[in-house]
Design a protein around this ligand. Sequence first.
Ligand SMILES: [Zn+2]
Ligand SMILES: [Zn+2]
Length: 432
Amino acid sequence: MISFIAGGGAAEIGASFYVLRLGDTFIGVDCGFRPTAANHDPWNVEKIMPNFDVCPKLDYLFLTHGHLDHVGAAPCLLERFKNLRIFTTEPTKFIALAQWHETLKIAERDKTPPPFSGDSVHSIASKIRVLEVNSEKNFGEFSVTAIPAGHILGAVSLLFNYKGKRIFFSGDISFQDQELIKGAKHDFQVDYLISEATYAGKSRRDRREERDRFLGDVRQIINNRGRVLIPSFSIGRAQEIFEMLRKSDIAGLAPIYIDGAARSMTDIHQVFLPHKINRHVNKHYVENVAHRLKIFEQKPCVVIASSGMLSGGASVGYARNWLGQEENAILFPGYIDPFSPGYAVLTTDHGDSVALTEKNRTIRAYIKRCRTDQYHLSAHADQSELLMMREMLNPQFTILVHGEPEDMEKMIAENALGSIFTPKNGEEIVLE
Ligand SMILES: [Zn+2]
Ligand SMILES: [Zn+2]
């Protein structure tokens, strides 16, 4: 028997937790938080977690990459299934560990109960085994090959082989080369495809054009002696944007700073990509609160700060300080959840007020006078690339996950796709 069920991340983006049943073996792929409530609404621990009850037991967990919506809840999963064997790539191991420590730090700072204990992080750290990419690892009943997925440092797709049947989890995947990470390439076929669908129903603008538009806008704000805040995911996006700016003329026009959790994640990138990220990158880090307060007043300047959706972290402080001045800009480099404060900031009209969370977690309204914009620099396949991947891999059935339900339905209808499922969380699909 081969079956698939999602405990989270099926008809949604977030809380990815997929269970593949191969006979009597239960295999988990990813185990993340739901990002809207993450960062980390302590009153909603239930809401941010995937549902672990979808499997009676779990033998293995494979992590595709280190984003919070894919690894955040893994320590809780280990608390539930003590004999779990856990595998991922070496960079993802480092990124995930940093994410879990950051989660504990935020909980401590906010004096709220953390979703898992420090002991759980310690025990998951000792259990993770490293997967080499592009090499088939045999587990007896089945084998798995981790295949680079583009997207972010360490990200892989997973190709399972069970009794001659090939089951492919794309994970978050990107086919275009980025500043630091090369795009994914496939030259094989599979029986079943579990595909991400973040950009189903959408065609992304050309990446190079978007990069030029982004750099042009940053340059314009700098030339007018304004400040630019780039709220960014701490992993991947922050380092790609930094590299993009560093290689451009903007580096000579204004200081570029990195703040928030993006700093320690940049350290990890520096370890794994030493030829791409200079070891002097830490000169760009905002050192402490006093340094940050100084930068609030500095102009022109560019700050790349996490979180990417202004739901917490260093970026919120810059947004609070810079939102009200015409010469400044808040430029979002990727996807923003429609329920996030970032989305509210982006969509509020000039002169209207928008709510942001204060340090003490009260909400205060700010008048928006700065410029805002969004750029499609996300590291995800767009619809045409998703269709290309499906054509190339030529599966018997496709399961779409990690997408908005309406977008996935639109993609299926517009392209008259057959043999394709869009399950809900908790809905089991028996493949064989
Ligand atoms: Zn991701
Ligand atoms: Zn994701």
